[in-house]
Design a binder for this molecule. Structure first.
Ligand code: SF4
Ligand SMILES: [Zn+2]
Length: 190
């Protein structure tokens, strides 16, 4: 995974030890707060930052405490004004979870949970699909690996074909996928 500089947004000096000391994102501030994003960005670079941040969160030993802390601090009314990935969720996803928790609804696995469980991020920036099955079901919808990668990292349906824009066949890195909308515009550099 690409290296990022900066301190975790959760880290502050001169305080008692807490769950924050075990945060997997210490030193990865730029990854977790890319340009103060409030919702999932639609540029390839932004999508990959969110995907990389979520992948770090998936292996973080204090994810539950982090997410609980974020939701307690943010409430459940509106995601506007919040930034960054916390506890594996974007601001918008945290709002959705907070509202679901408030209603007492059971928590279903997210699309990103399914994506993380079936992929491996490679050091050169590509992402490999690691299981034999090539369709994934979620809430009655069926996804191919590319559709799953796209759906868990964007807020819109793809237009036209989803194509791989890198040199690794079948790569499912979100920033290496394009739909016709993105192919009509110059790509942001990672
Ligand atoms: S869950 Fe994610 S944001 Fe929270 S402490 Fe762990 S790595 Fe950082
Ligand atoms: Zn790739």
């Amino acid at each position: 995974m690409k290296a990022y500089s900066g301190r975790s947004p959760l880290f502050t000096a001169d305080r008692p030890r807490s769950w924050r000391d075990d945060a997997a994102c210490i030193g990865l501030g730029r990854l977790f707060l890319p340009d103060g994003i409030e919702t999932i960005p639609s540029t390839p670079k932004g999508l990959r930052l969110v995907a990389d941040a979520k992948r770090v969160c998936a292996g973080c030993p204090v994810r539950e405490a982090c997410l609980t802390d974020a939701i307690a601090a943010e409430g459940y009314t509106d995601h506007h004004g919040r930034a960054g990935v916390r506890g594996g969720l974007t601001p918008q996803e945290r709002t959705t979870k907070a509202r679901r928790d408030k209603r007492g609804d059971a928590e279903p696995p997210t699309l990103f949970d399914l994506y993380l469980a079936r992929t491996e991020a490679l050091d050169d920036g590509h992402v490999r699909w690691t299981v034999k099955t090539t369709t994934v079901s979620h809430h009655g919808h069926s996804y191919t690996p590319r559709q799953l990668a796209w759906a868990c990292a964007t807020n819109r349906r793809p237009e036209g074909a989803l194509l791989v824009a890198c040199d690794m066949p079948n790569c499912v890195a979100v920033e290496h996928l394009t739909d016709s909308v993105m192919r009509r515009k110059p790509r942001a550099r990672a």
